[in-house]
Design a binder for this molecule. Structure first.
Ligand code: COA
Length: 361
Protein backbone atom coordinates (compact mmCIF):
# COMPACT_ATOMS: atom_id res chain seq x y z
CA UNK A 1 0.00 0.00 0.00
CA UNK A 2 1.21 3.52 -0.80
CA UNK A 3 2.47 5.20 2.39
CA UNK A 4 3.89 8.68 3.05
CA UNK A 5 6.96 7.86 5.14
CA UNK A 6 9.00 10.44 7.04
CA UNK A 7 12.58 9.72 5.98
CA UNK A 8 14.29 13.04 6.77
CA UNK A 9 14.16 15.50 9.62
CA UNK A 10 16.07 18.66 10.54
CA UNK A 11 15.85 21.79 12.64
CA UNK A 12 17.29 25.28 12.89
CA UNK A 13 17.33 26.78 16.39
CA UNK A 14 19.19 30.13 16.24
CA UNK A 15 21.96 30.33 18.86
CA UNK A 16 20.81 33.76 20.12
CA UNK A 17 19.22 32.97 23.49
CA UNK A 18 16.77 35.30 25.23
CA UNK A 19 16.39 34.27 28.88
CA UNK A 20 13.63 35.14 31.33
CA UNK A 21 16.16 37.37 33.11
CA UNK A 22 16.85 39.19 29.81
CA UNK A 23 13.11 39.84 29.47
CA UNK A 24 12.98 41.20 33.01
CA UNK A 25 15.39 43.99 31.93
CA UNK A 26 12.78 45.17 29.42
CA UNK A 27 9.41 44.31 30.98
CA UNK A 28 7.82 44.25 34.43
CA UNK A 29 8.25 40.49 34.83
CA UNK A 30 10.59 37.97 36.43
CA UNK A 31 11.96 34.45 36.02
CA UNK A 32 9.85 33.05 38.86
CA UNK A 33 6.55 34.25 37.34
CA UNK A 34 7.37 33.07 33.82
CA UNK A 35 8.69 29.67 34.97
CA UNK A 36 5.83 28.89 37.34
CA UNK A 37 3.03 30.08 34.99
CA UNK A 38 4.42 28.71 31.70
CA UNK A 39 7.39 26.35 32.19
CA UNK A 40 9.47 28.57 29.87
CA UNK A 41 13.09 29.43 30.76
CA UNK A 42 14.46 30.79 27.47
CA UNK A 43 13.66 31.26 23.81
CA UNK A 44 15.65 31.86 20.58
CA UNK A 45 15.77 34.98 18.43
CA UNK A 46 16.52 34.64 14.71
CA UNK A 47 18.92 37.02 12.94
CA UNK A 48 17.37 36.06 9.54
CA UNK A 49 13.82 36.03 8.10
CA UNK A 50 11.63 32.92 8.17
CA UNK A 51 12.46 31.76 4.62
CA UNK A 52 16.20 31.64 5.43
CA UNK A 53 15.64 29.83 8.73
CA UNK A 54 13.36 27.41 6.87
CA UNK A 55 15.99 26.80 4.20
CA UNK A 56 18.50 25.65 6.80
CA UNK A 57 16.05 23.26 8.47
CA UNK A 58 14.97 21.96 5.04
CA UNK A 59 18.57 21.42 3.84
CA UNK A 60 19.24 19.43 7.02
CA UNK A 61 16.09 17.31 6.49
CA UNK A 62 17.14 16.54 2.90
CA UNK A 63 20.67 15.54 4.01
CA UNK A 64 19.13 13.39 6.74
CA UNK A 65 17.05 11.59 4.09
CA UNK A 66 20.04 11.33 1.73
CA UNK A 67 18.25 13.02 -1.19
CA UNK A 68 19.13 15.87 -3.55
CA UNK A 69 17.19 19.12 -3.67
CA UNK A 70 16.54 18.47 -7.40
CA UNK A 71 14.39 15.48 -6.50
CA UNK A 72 11.91 17.44 -4.36
CA UNK A 73 8.35 17.58 -5.80
CA UNK A 74 6.78 20.01 -3.33
CA UNK A 75 7.77 22.47 -0.60
CA UNK A 76 5.10 23.46 1.93
CA UNK A 77 6.06 26.21 4.35
CA UNK A 78 3.77 26.33 7.38
CA UNK A 79 4.05 29.66 9.19
CA UNK A 80 2.28 32.91 10.02
CA UNK A 81 5.38 35.11 9.85
CA UNK A 82 6.18 35.04 6.13
CA UNK A 83 8.88 37.55 5.13
CA UNK A 84 6.91 38.25 1.96
CA UNK A 85 3.26 37.80 1.04
CA UNK A 86 3.76 38.10 -2.70
CA UNK A 87 5.75 36.20 -3.89
CA UNK A 88 5.24 33.49 -1.32
CA UNK A 89 8.01 32.56 1.11
CA UNK A 90 8.15 28.89 0.05
CA UNK A 91 9.43 30.02 -3.37
CA UNK A 92 12.38 31.70 -1.60
CA UNK A 93 13.09 28.38 0.15
CA UNK A 94 13.07 26.67 -3.26
CA UNK A 95 15.51 29.28 -4.59
CA UNK A 96 17.90 28.87 -1.65
CA UNK A 97 17.74 25.06 -1.76
CA UNK A 98 17.93 25.09 -5.59
CA UNK A 99 15.05 22.62 -5.51
CA UNK A 100 14.18 23.63 -9.07
CA UNK A 101 11.56 20.94 -9.68
CA UNK A 102 9.47 21.67 -6.60
CA UNK A 103 6.03 23.26 -6.43
CA UNK A 104 5.91 25.79 -3.58
CA UNK A 105 3.08 26.53 -1.17
CA UNK A 106 2.72 28.71 1.94
CA UNK A 107 0.23 27.46 4.51
CA UNK A 108 -1.06 29.46 7.47
CA UNK A 109 -3.08 27.98 10.32
CA UNK A 110 -0.96 29.84 12.93
CA UNK A 111 0.65 27.54 15.53
CA UNK A 112 -0.67 24.38 13.86
CA UNK A 113 0.75 25.30 10.41
CA UNK A 114 3.70 22.89 10.53
CA UNK A 115 1.47 19.93 11.37
CA UNK A 116 -1.20 20.95 8.83
CA UNK A 117 1.62 21.08 6.25
CA UNK A 118 2.48 17.50 7.17
CA UNK A 119 -1.17 16.43 6.76
CA UNK A 120 -1.47 18.12 3.35
CA UNK A 121 1.78 16.65 2.03
CA UNK A 122 0.97 13.19 3.35
CA UNK A 123 -2.48 13.23 1.69
CA UNK A 124 -1.03 14.44 -1.65
CA UNK A 125 1.62 11.71 -1.58
CA UNK A 126 -0.93 8.99 -0.74
CA UNK A 127 -3.22 10.27 -3.53
CA UNK A 128 -0.36 10.03 -6.03
CA UNK A 129 -0.34 13.76 -6.84
CA UNK A 130 3.30 14.00 -5.76
CA UNK A 131 5.94 11.46 -4.79
CA UNK A 132 7.61 13.46 -2.04
CA UNK A 133 7.62 16.77 -0.19
CA UNK A 134 9.63 18.91 2.15
CA UNK A 135 7.36 20.33 4.82
CA UNK A 136 8.49 23.05 7.18
CA UNK A 137 7.09 24.55 10.36
CA UNK A 138 8.89 27.84 10.92
CA UNK A 139 8.36 31.11 12.68
CA UNK A 140 10.27 34.36 13.15
CA UNK A 141 7.87 36.06 15.52
CA UNK A 142 10.09 38.63 17.17
CA UNK A 143 9.70 41.37 14.49
CA UNK A 144 5.93 41.46 15.00
CA UNK A 145 5.90 40.98 18.74
CA UNK A 146 4.74 43.88 20.92
CA UNK A 147 7.75 43.91 23.25
CA UNK A 148 5.98 46.41 25.51
CA UNK A 149 3.21 43.90 26.40
CA UNK A 150 4.31 41.47 29.12
CA UNK A 151 1.15 39.39 28.68
CA UNK A 152 2.34 38.01 25.33
CA UNK A 153 5.98 39.00 24.78
CA UNK A 154 7.30 36.41 27.23
CA UNK A 155 5.54 33.52 25.52
CA UNK A 156 7.12 33.25 22.07
CA UNK A 157 10.41 32.45 20.31
CA UNK A 158 11.79 31.85 16.81
CA UNK A 159 12.73 28.54 15.19
CA UNK A 160 12.25 26.15 12.27
CA UNK A 161 11.97 22.40 11.73
CA UNK A 162 11.46 20.38 8.56
CA UNK A 163 10.61 16.86 7.39
CA UNK A 164 11.10 15.02 4.12
CA UNK A 165 8.13 12.79 3.32
CA UNK A 166 8.26 10.26 0.51
CA UNK A 167 6.03 7.62 -1.07
CA UNK A 168 6.85 4.07 -0.09
CA UNK A 169 5.03 0.95 -1.20
CA UNK A 170 5.01 -1.05 1.97
CA UNK A 171 2.97 -3.58 3.87
CA UNK A 172 4.05 -1.74 7.00
CA UNK A 173 1.84 1.19 8.01
CA UNK A 174 4.13 4.22 8.34
CA UNK A 175 3.68 7.98 8.42
CA UNK A 176 0.35 9.57 9.39
CA UNK A 177 -2.12 6.77 10.22
CA UNK A 178 -5.04 8.88 11.45
CA UNK A 179 -5.67 12.57 12.01
CA UNK A 180 -8.30 15.10 12.98
CA UNK A 181 -8.22 18.77 12.00
CA UNK A 182 -10.57 21.56 13.01
CA UNK A 183 -11.17 25.21 13.79
CA UNK A 184 -13.29 27.04 16.42
CA UNK A 185 -13.83 30.18 14.36
CA UNK A 186 -16.21 31.76 16.89
CA UNK A 187 -13.10 32.18 19.05
CA UNK A 188 -10.96 33.74 16.36
CA UNK A 189 -10.93 37.14 18.12
CA UNK A 190 -9.36 35.89 21.36
CA UNK A 191 -5.93 35.70 19.70
CA UNK A 192 -5.34 38.33 17.03
CA UNK A 193 -2.27 40.30 15.95
CA UNK A 194 -3.46 43.79 14.96
CA UNK A 195 -1.13 45.56 12.54
CA UNK A 196 -0.18 42.54 10.42
CA UNK A 197 -2.14 42.00 7.19
CA UNK A 198 -3.40 43.94 4.22
CA UNK A 199 -6.40 45.42 6.06
CA UNK A 200 -3.90 47.68 7.87
CA UNK A 201 -2.28 49.00 4.67
CA UNK A 202 -2.80 52.74 4.10
CA UNK A 203 -4.88 53.04 7.26
CA UNK A 204 -2.37 55.09 9.26
CA UNK A 205 -1.24 52.13 11.39
CA UNK A 206 2.38 52.80 12.49
CA UNK A 207 4.57 50.59 10.30
CA UNK A 208 6.39 47.85 12.17
CA UNK A 209 4.15 47.93 15.24
CA UNK A 210 1.50 45.52 16.45
CA UNK A 211 -1.07 45.30 19.18
CA UNK A 212 -2.12 41.83 20.33
CA UNK A 213 -5.65 40.86 21.35
CA UNK A 214 -4.84 38.01 23.69
CA UNK A 215 -7.25 36.45 26.16
CA UNK A 216 -4.77 34.07 27.77
CA UNK A 217 -7.15 32.31 30.16
CA UNK A 218 -9.80 31.70 27.48
CA UNK A 219 -7.19 30.40 25.01
CA UNK A 220 -5.87 28.17 27.78
CA UNK A 221 -9.29 26.51 28.21
CA UNK A 222 -10.09 26.21 24.52
CA UNK A 223 -6.65 24.81 23.76
CA UNK A 224 -7.14 21.92 26.16
CA UNK A 225 -10.69 21.23 24.92
CA UNK A 226 -9.70 21.45 21.23
CA UNK A 227 -6.65 19.22 21.59
CA UNK A 228 -8.51 16.70 23.73
CA UNK A 229 -11.35 16.34 21.22
CA UNK A 230 -8.83 16.18 18.33
CA UNK A 231 -6.89 13.38 20.03
CA UNK A 232 -10.06 11.45 20.83
CA UNK A 233 -11.24 11.71 17.20
CA UNK A 234 -7.87 10.59 15.80
CA UNK A 235 -7.58 7.71 18.30
CA UNK A 236 -11.10 6.51 17.56
CA UNK A 237 -10.34 6.44 13.81
CA UNK A 238 -7.68 3.83 14.59
CA UNK A 239 -9.82 2.17 17.24
CA UNK A 240 -7.13 2.61 19.89
CA UNK A 241 -6.57 4.48 23.16
CA UNK A 242 -3.64 6.50 24.50
CA UNK A 243 -2.28 3.33 26.14
CA UNK A 244 -1.46 2.12 22.59
CA UNK A 245 0.54 5.28 21.88
CA UNK A 246 4.30 5.21 22.58
CA UNK A 247 4.93 8.93 22.90
CA UNK A 248 2.84 12.12 22.96
CA UNK A 249 4.55 15.18 21.48
CA UNK A 250 2.21 18.14 22.00
CA UNK A 251 2.36 21.75 20.86
CA UNK A 252 4.26 23.61 23.59
CA UNK A 253 2.39 26.82 24.48
CA UNK A 254 2.29 26.38 28.25
CA UNK A 255 3.53 23.52 30.45
CA UNK A 256 0.28 23.70 32.43
CA UNK A 257 -1.76 23.21 29.23
CA UNK A 258 0.33 20.14 28.39
CA UNK A 259 -0.08 18.70 31.87
CA UNK A 260 -3.85 19.29 31.93
CA UNK A 261 -4.22 17.67 28.50
CA UNK A 262 -2.13 14.67 29.59
CA UNK A 263 -4.29 14.25 32.67
CA UNK A 264 -7.50 14.29 30.64
CA UNK A 265 -6.10 11.83 28.10
CA UNK A 266 -4.59 9.64 30.83
CA UNK A 267 -1.07 9.95 29.45
CA UNK A 268 1.66 9.31 32.04
CA UNK A 269 4.45 11.91 32.24
CA UNK A 270 7.10 9.44 30.99
CA UNK A 271 5.24 9.29 27.64
CA UNK A 272 5.26 13.09 27.21
CA UNK A 273 7.99 14.94 25.30
CA UNK A 274 8.56 18.47 26.60
CA UNK A 275 11.05 21.09 25.39
CA UNK A 276 9.13 24.29 26.23
CA UNK A 277 11.83 25.32 28.75
CA UNK A 278 14.36 25.62 25.89
CA UNK A 279 12.35 27.40 23.21
CA UNK A 280 9.04 28.75 24.60
CA UNK A 281 6.27 28.74 21.95
CA UNK A 282 7.68 28.87 18.40
CA UNK A 283 4.17 28.72 16.92
CA UNK A 284 4.29 26.67 13.68
CA UNK A 285 7.79 25.39 14.47
CA UNK A 286 6.92 24.06 17.91
CA UNK A 287 5.48 20.58 17.35
CA UNK A 288 7.79 19.82 14.37
CA UNK A 289 10.85 20.91 16.41
CA UNK A 290 9.73 18.73 19.34
CA UNK A 291 9.37 15.69 17.05
CA UNK A 292 12.84 16.30 15.57
CA UNK A 293 14.38 16.60 19.04
CA UNK A 294 12.58 13.48 20.33
CA UNK A 295 14.12 11.55 17.41
CA UNK A 296 17.57 13.11 17.85
CA UNK A 297 17.51 12.31 21.58
CA UNK A 298 16.67 8.62 20.84
CA UNK A 299 13.34 8.95 22.63
CA UNK A 300 11.48 7.93 19.47
CA UNK A 301 12.26 4.27 18.67
CA UNK A 302 11.78 2.40 15.36
CA UNK A 303 8.09 1.72 14.75
CA UNK A 304 6.85 3.98 17.57
CA UNK A 305 3.34 5.42 17.39
CA UNK A 306 3.44 9.18 18.11
CA UNK A 307 0.44 11.35 18.97
CA UNK A 308 0.85 15.06 18.13
CA UNK A 309 -1.89 17.41 19.44
CA UNK A 310 -1.66 21.11 18.56
CA UNK A 311 -3.71 24.33 18.58
CA UNK A 312 -3.26 27.89 17.34
CA UNK A 313 -4.96 31.17 16.53
CA UNK A 314 -8.17 30.75 14.59
CA UNK A 315 -8.61 28.78 16.87
CA UNK A 316 -7.24 25.91 14.80
CA UNK A 317 -6.56 22.50 16.27
CA UNK A 318 -5.06 19.26 15.04
CA UNK A 319 -4.06 15.78 16.17
CA UNK A 320 -2.00 13.33 14.12
CA UNK A 321 -1.09 9.73 14.90
CA UNK A 322 2.24 9.08 13.22
CA UNK A 323 3.90 5.68 12.93
CA UNK A 324 7.68 6.23 12.75
CA UNK A 325 9.66 4.06 10.32
CA UNK A 326 12.55 1.72 11.11
CA UNK A 327 15.29 4.34 10.72
CA UNK A 328 15.96 6.85 13.53
CA UNK A 329 19.47 7.86 12.38
CA UNK A 330 20.31 10.48 9.76
CA UNK A 331 21.84 9.25 6.47
CA UNK A 332 23.85 12.46 6.02
CA UNK A 333 24.48 15.93 7.43
CA UNK A 334 24.22 19.30 5.74
CA UNK A 335 26.92 21.92 6.23
CA UNK A 336 24.58 24.92 5.79
CA UNK A 337 24.40 27.22 8.79
CA UNK A 338 23.16 30.63 9.83
CA UNK A 339 25.35 33.61 8.85
CA UNK A 340 27.58 35.02 11.61
CA UNK A 341 26.03 37.94 13.47
CA UNK A 342 27.33 39.72 16.56
CA UNK A 343 24.06 41.20 17.86
CA UNK A 344 22.66 39.58 21.00
CA UNK A 345 19.05 38.42 21.27
CA UNK A 346 18.33 41.26 23.70
CA UNK A 347 19.84 43.86 21.34
CA UNK A 348 17.65 42.60 18.49
CA UNK A 349 14.39 42.77 20.44
CA UNK A 350 15.23 46.13 22.01
CA UNK A 351 15.24 47.61 18.49
CA UNK A 352 11.70 46.29 17.89
CA UNK A 353 10.59 47.52 21.33
CA UNK A 354 11.91 51.02 20.51
CA UNK A 355 9.75 51.16 17.36
CA UNK A 356 6.72 50.36 19.55
CA UNK A 357 7.66 52.96 22.17
CA UNK A 358 8.11 55.68 19.53
CA UNK A 359 4.85 54.77 17.74
CA UNK A 360 2.24 53.64 20.24
CA UNK A 361 -0.66 52.14 18.26
N1 COA B 1 4.99 38.79 34.38
C1 COA B 1 4.44 39.05 35.58
N2 COA B 1 3.12 39.14 35.77
C2 COA B 1 2.32 38.95 34.70
C3 COA B 1 2.83 38.67 33.44
C4 COA B 1 4.24 38.60 33.29
N3 COA B 1 4.83 38.33 32.10
N4 COA B 1 1.81 38.51 32.55
C5 COA B 1 0.68 38.70 33.26
N5 COA B 1 0.99 38.96 34.55
C6 COA B 1 0.07 39.20 35.66
C7 COA B 1 -1.29 39.67 35.21
O1 COA B 1 -1.28 41.05 34.98
C8 COA B 1 -2.16 39.25 36.37
O2 COA B 1 -2.05 40.21 37.38
P1 COA B 1 -3.35 40.69 38.19
O3 COA B 1 -3.86 39.46 38.88
O4 COA B 1 -2.80 41.73 39.12
O5 COA B 1 -4.29 41.20 37.17
C9 COA B 1 -1.50 37.97 36.88
O6 COA B 1 -0.16 37.99 36.37
C10 COA B 1 -2.21 36.70 36.47
O7 COA B 1 -2.55 36.76 35.10
P2 COA B 1 -3.35 35.59 34.40
O8 COA B 1 -3.71 36.01 33.01
O9 COA B 1 -4.45 35.13 35.26
O10 COA B 1 -2.26 34.42 34.38
P3 COA B 1 -2.45 32.94 33.92
O11 COA B 1 -2.12 32.06 35.05
O12 COA B 1 -3.74 32.72 33.18
O13 COA B 1 -1.27 32.79 32.84
C11 COA B 1 -0.84 32.83 30.47
C12 COA B 1 -1.27 33.64 31.69
C13 COA B 1 -0.86 33.73 29.24
C14 COA B 1 0.55 32.29 30.69
C15 COA B 1 -1.83 31.63 30.28
O14 COA B 1 -3.15 32.09 30.36
C16 COA B 1 -1.63 30.93 28.96
O15 COA B 1 -0.64 30.26 28.77
N6 COA B 1 -2.58 31.05 28.02
C17 COA B 1 -2.52 30.40 26.72
C18 COA B 1 -1.23 30.62 26.00
C19 COA B 1 -1.42 30.93 24.55
O16 COA B 1 -2.42 31.37 24.14
N7 COA B 1 -0.42 30.72 23.71
C20 COA B 1 -0.49 31.05 22.33
C21 COA B 1 -1.45 30.25 21.57
S1 COA B 1 -0.67 29.01 20.60
Amino acid sequence: MRQAAITGWGKCAPDKVLSNDDLATLLDTNDEWITSRTGMKERRISPVPVSELSYIAAARALACAGVNADDVDMIILGSCSFDSQVPNAASRVQQLLQANNAACMDLNTACTSGMYAMSVASAMIKAGTINNAVIIGAEVIHPFMDWTDRNVAILFGDGAAAFYLEAQDSEENIGIQAEALGCIANSRDILAVNGVGLKYANQGWPLGTTEWDFEGREIFKQAINGMQSGCEKALSKMGISTSDVDIVIPHQANLRIIEALAQRLKVPSEKLFINIHRYANMSAATAPMAIVEAVEENIVKPGDLILVPAFGAGLTWSAQLIRWGQRCEAIGESDVKLPESKETALEIIKKVAEIHLKNPS
